[in-house]
Design a protein around this ligand. Structure first.
Ligand SMILES: [Fe+2]
Ligand SMILES: [Fe+2]
Length: 297
């Protein structure tokens, strides 16, 4: 898929598996679910103390002084479905709220296979509390059935979570405000329009981009963004050499490039089997700082 004038070459070719491999993983998923995969996954990876709370500080010297220690908590890739359902994110939501965030962001892949699975998350995500609100983008899985507008409307109405579909919002007044930009998925959206997405961004803003696929990071860094938050890779989920190539490429937890910081979350959910190995489920806590030893939170 080639880029056009507005996506700045961000588009990615969708990964497609052949019918045999899809049938194999579908069967594995059904058997794992029938054997109690969901209860196992919740106890092993989503119970208090079983997921990682990963702290990152990002130095953004242009940040307005009154926004020092602006805190963003990122959730990603819950993949509701056979291994994650209603109530399974309760401990995660509780941990998020205890971090007292300015923003909570969800970086896509709400579902496993069916659009309706996203609604399994409504109740849990409605419990998120952030001073300046909860925002999200969709991942490649979320375009199944092309119902993303309907899903976005329902999450905004029932969970107070607003999806940014090539849109942006700005926090703070004047120079050094935080501009949050949400991009449509680079593989599955009909269009990715960075120019349109940046409509609220002003010169001198600290631009934070939600981009499900970490492959977009380098182009976004080159385009002047300060921070890009991604998911999609699951940190390979089962991080063993032979299994690694089945999952999307994981560029690393934190990459610094062209003055930008690119953070990729390992996410919360699982695909194929209710297991993670050397890749814990995680939430990522990002504190923005002007640097120079200002007040820590
Ligand atoms: Fe994912
Ligand atoms: Fe994904």
């Amino acid at each position: 898929m080639s880029g056009d004038a507005t996506d700045l070459g961000l588009r990615q070719e969708p990964r497609r598996f052949g019918g045999g491999r899809l049938a194999f993983f579908g069967g594995l998923q059904r058997v794992s679910a029938a054997l109690g995969g969901r209860a196992f996954y919740r106890a092993a990876f989503l119970a208090p103390g079983r997921f990682r709370v990963r702290h990152e500080t990002v130095i953004t010297p242009g940040l307005a002084p009154e926004l020092e220690a602006f805190r963003i908590v990122q959730l990603s890739d819950p993949h509701a479905g056979p291994f994650l359902g209603r109530g399974d994110l309760s401990a995660v939501v509780e941990a998020c709220n205890a971090l007292d965030p300015d923003l909570v962001v969800l970086t896509g892949d709400l579902i496993t296979k069916r659009a309706e699975e996203s609604y399994l998350l409504l109740e849990d995500l409605a419990g998120l509390r952030a001073r300046r609100g909860s925002f999200g983008v969709f991942g490649n899985h979320d375009y199944r059935g092309r119902r993303e507008r309907e899903i976005a409307a329902r999450f905004e109405a029932e969970a107070g979570l607003r999806f940014l579909l090539d849109e942006s919002v700005r926090f703070g007044e004047g120079p050094g405000a935080v501009a949050l930009v949400g991009l449509e998925d680079l593989e599955e959206a009909k269009q990715v329009d960075l120019q349109r997405a940046r409509h609220a961004v002003r010169a001198g803003d600290v631009e934070v981009v939600l981009c499900h696929n970490p492959a977009g990071g380098p182009a976004l860094a080159a385009a002047g963004c300060a921070l890009v938050l991604s998911g999609h890779s699951h940190g390979h989920q089962i991080d063993l050499p032979l299994v690694r190539r089945l999952a999307p490429a994981h560029p690393g937890d934190r990459v610094e490039r062209d003055g930008a910081v690119l953070l990729t979350s390992r996410g919360l959910g699982a695909l194929g089997v209710p297991l993670r190995l050397r890749s814990p489920a995680e939430i990522v806590v990002v504190d923005l700082s002007r640097g120079g030893g200002e007040r820590a939170r």
